[in-house]
Ligand binder design. Sequence first.
Ligand SMILES: [Zn+2]
Ligand SMILES: [Zn+2]
Length: 262
Amino acid sequence: MIKAFFSRPGSKKEIQESLSKDIKDADERILIAMGYFSDKEMKKILQNSNATDKRIIHNYNDTAKLKIKNFESTILGKEWDRKSNLKENICKGSSMHHKFIVIDDIVWMGSYNFTSAAQECNWESMIRIESKELSMQFRSEFEYMWLFSNLNVSLNGNSCKFCGDIVQNPSNHYRIEFKVEINEQEEVTGYFFLVSCNVFNNGKEGGEFPNWCNLCNNETEESIFVVEKGPKSIGYTVFCNNCFRIKLLSYKEQLLKYKNGK
Ligand SMILES: [Zn+2]
Ligand SMILES: [Zn+2]
C-alpha cells in the first residue's frame, strides 16, 4: 500500500500527524536516517515510543544532532580532508543526506527533514509504503550505514584513504572484519573492527568475497567477516549486515557480562 503526504507553507501538519500515528503503533523498530533533525515536537513523539529497536543516523554536519532518549545514535558522513593527498575529485566530503524512516514494515521517505522549516515553511512530500520487501531493503542499507559510521575514517568523500582511488561501492571496496577475542572459558573479552582496502587485498574491486550469509543463508553483497579468536582456535564466519547486527548485540551483551563479572 502506497500513499503520498504533503507539507506546505502553513501550520497544518499532515506529514507529522500521520507519521506520529505510525510511531505510536511501532512495535519492533524505528530506524531513522535523517539529514537534518531539529524538530523538538518530533523528538518528544519519538522518545515515547515502545519499539524494541530504536536507532537514528545523523548527518555529520547537522548542527542539531538531537539526542533522543532511548534511541541509539551515530553520525555518518565526513568533511573533506584537505590535507590528504588525493586525486582530483568532485566530492567535497560526503553527507548522510537521506530522509527515511523504517517503522516496523513501513517505509516513509521523501524530501522531508525533521525540522520546523520542513513542517511549517517548505513545500515537501513524503510517501508511506507498507511493504515487508521494501522495508528489508531499507533496513539492510540502514545496517550498512550504521556499520560504516564506525569505519568512517576509511572514506574521504568518495575516495579511499588507503589507496587514493575513487571508490565504486564501499561494500566492494572494503573488507570489513570484526575480531572477537575469547578466553579459555569461552568468554568474550574484547572486540574491534578492522577495515582493509580490497584493492590491496585482491588487486581489484569486488575481488574474492564470500557472498553467502552463514546465519540466514541469504546471498549478500556486503559480507562481514567475524573472526573469533580463542586460545585454542580461530573461527571465521561470514555474515550479511542484518545478521551481523544481531551477532554484534550478542557480543556486546557477553562482553558486558564479562566486564561486570571481573
Ligand atoms: Zn582503497
Ligand atoms: Zn544474514
